[in-house]
Write a protein that binds this ligand. Structure first.
Ligand code: NAD
Ligand code: UDP
Length: 316
């Protein structure tokens, strides 16, 4: 592809992960150069192997809890394990990645006077008492629970982003990402979509935690990537935080039933204990994203699940 005058050198931390690899792909196809940085904790070279022949793509093994000295034009900071199993395995490392990692990316952006986007999360709302969640809601988060390393780490990262913005005039973008799914999710990361699809395809019992009446809202990865790109390209005075997700809310039991139907599986539903601090309801209010980014998700849940099932069929 020819580089246009609008071509930028973009750093994607966590670029070998699920969301990051799709973002790298998109940025390259938009004509940008991509520097993908990852410590391969939950990311895989296999996710970006198809990009290695592209001369505008570079892959660097690096942990963002250590400072990084590179010359780039903008930063997407996605590095951080996203699945509860992985972020709870080394909780101190999770908090460090969110906080120390954010400081390093903010310092880099500040030195280079460039824009930096933070992949924050709906987890900043904790177990929300406001429904659906709007960006003005401050959340209901347990500061000392099993999920706190992630939730509080991400909340602190948001604080740091806004303090760098206020103190140094840094151009920031904060995305509050709601549950996102699609091809390249790790089969063993314990997230609900990958667990249920694999269980259904392998004829195993489908494990519902709790009574299955808790809700989530699932966004297909291509919609999420489109939103992140639009946010990065939005006017400088728009910092966010902005909710990015699909407002179609489903119960976890309903999700299991749809997956059983789409895979034509004979799997049975079994009930397991609900993990600590598991949020009861989650649904983004995306009015702000609709207004400022002219964005809303286009891939319906059944369609996204079909594409994800196809991917996992090739994995099993
Ligand atoms: P993922 O685990 O697939 O990707 C995270 C990537 O970051 C991995 O490649 C991992 O190896 C890398 N990483 C972790 N710690 C690192 C470190 N210290 N230094 C360098 N690299 C490191 O998860 P994902 O679903 O792709 O999530 C990407 C980002 O989006 C994360 O910041 C996550 O918190 C956020 N997010 C994701 C979701 C979702 O549903 N997928 C929801 C909310 C927020
Ligand atoms: N969940 C479940 N069975 C599983 C995995 C997850 O019932 O095998 C539930 C989990 O308790 C939560 C929801 O599905 O209520 C979403 O879990 P996930 O870990 O994917 O994301 P998060 O809780 O971070 O939204």
């Amino acid at each position: 592809m020819n580089r246009s005058s609008g071509s930028r050198r973009v750093l994607v931390t966590g670029g070998a992960g699920f969301l990051g690899s799709h973002l790298c792909e998109r940025l390259l196809s938009d004509g940008h150069e991509v520097l993908c940085v990852d410590n391969f904790y939950t990311g895989r070279k296999a996710n970006v192997l198809h990009l290695m022949d592209n001369r505008y793509f570079e892959l660097v093994r690096h942990d963002i809890t250590v400072p990084l000295h590179v010359e780039v034009d903008e930063i997407f900071n996605l590095a951080c394990p996203a699945s509860p199993i992985h972020y709870q395995l080394y909780p101190v490392q999770t908090a460090l990645t969110s906080i120390q990692g954010a400081i390093h990316m903010l310092n880099l952006a500040n030195r280079l006077k460039i824009k930096v986007l933070q992949a924050s999360t709906s987890e900043v709302y904790g177990d929300p008492q406001v429904h659906p969640q709007t960006e003005s809601y401050w959340g209901n988060v347990n500061p000392i629970g099993l999920r706190s390393c992630y939730d509080e780490g991400k909340r602190c990262a948001e604080t740091l982003f806004f303090d760098y913005h206020r103190q140094h005039g840094l151009r920031i973008k904060v995305a509050r990402i709601f549950n996102t799914y699609g091809p390249r999710m790790l089969p063993n990361d314990g997230r609900v979509v990958s667990n249920f699809i694999l269980q259904a395809l392998q004829g195993q019992d489908i494990t519902l935690y709790g009574d299955g009446n808790q809700t989530r809202s699932f966004c297909f990865v291509s919609d999420q990537v489109e939103a992140l790109v639009r946010l990065m390209n939005s006017p400088d005075d728009f910092t966010g935080p902005v909710n990015l997700g699909n407002p179609e809310e489903v119960t976890i039991r309903g999700l299991a039933e749809r997956i059983i139907q789409l895979t034509e599986s004979k799997s049975a539903l079994v009930f397991k204990p609900l993990p600590h601090d598991d949020p009861h309801r989650r649904q983004p209010d995306i009015s702000l994203a609709r207004k400022i980014l002219a964005w809303e998700p286009g891939v319906r849940l059944d369609e996204g699940l079909k594409r994800t099932i196809e991917y996992f069929r090739r994995c099993v």
